[in-house]
Design a protein around this ligand. Structure first.
Ligand code: SAH
Length: 200
């Protein structure tokens, strides 16, 4: 997997090291364990997916996480991205809409020893105010737009990485501390639901 990620242009050694340490086979279905290190998204419960490793690596690289950072992840899913962040950040708060997925991810991350990752259940399309402010916010479901609530929960020198755009195809958007937006290519995520998500 690491060789593939390097070939695809992932250069950040911290990100590559973190991805090497997280056992992705623990985050996929039993039947998919054999494909866990292939560079593709895989199905998880509730009709959701664990993202493609390249996309996890790229978004993590763009997030530019420091060891002291508090990070919010919107969309826990399997908990894989949260584990990668847990390897790099001081503290990770990850929020999942579906109770079943939140519970499974919480158990999994505890079993794997990620004491600095907290899994919450709820609608985080408008962020997660009880844990704010955050140094970094990563959205791992397709968002129609960056909700102002996310910006209000970000530290002044913070940064947001999110797939923004219509349901079928989005652009990876990075919002820096100065409010400037950069675009980093096309991705395809499952839709963000909830108050600031897609309704259909
Ligand atoms: N980061 C995950 C993959 C995310 S898939 C991983 O590493 O496995 C997107 C997830 O976002 C799904 O599990 C979906 O249920 C969740 N989601 C969708 N809308 C949400 C919302 N408003 N708040 C929190 N989670 C949401």
């Amino acid at each position: 997997m690491l060789r593939q990620l390097r070939q695809l242009g992932i250069r950040d050694a911290r990100v590559l090291d973190a991805m090497a340490r997280v056992p992705r086979e623990e985050f996929v279905r039993e039947a998919d364990r054999g494909s866990a290190y292939e560079d593709r998204a895989l199905p998880i419960d509730m009709g959701q997916t664990i993202s493609q490793p390249y996309v996890v690596a790229r978004m993590t690289e763009l997030l530019d996480v420091d060891t002291r950072d508090r990070v919010l992840e919107v969309g826990t899913g399997s908990g894989y991205q949260a584990a990668v962040l847990g390897e790099l950040a001081g503290e990770v708060v990850t929020v999942e809409l579906h109770e079943e997925l939140a519970t499974a991810a919480r158990d999994r991350l505890a079993r794997l020893g990620y004491a600095n990752v907290r899994v919450e259940q709820g609608d985080a399309s408008v962020g997660f105010a009880p844990g704010a402010p955050y140094d970094r916010i990563i959205v791992t479901a397709a968002a129609p737009a960056i909700d102002p609530a996310l910006l209000s929960q970000l530290r002044p020198d913070g940064r947001i990485v999110a797939p923004v755009g219509p349901r079928d195809l989005q652009e990876l958007v990075v919002i820096g501390a100065d409010g400037r937006q950069e675009r980093h290519g096309v991705v395809g995520f499952v839709p963000l639901r909830g108050r600031a998500g897609f309704t259909s």
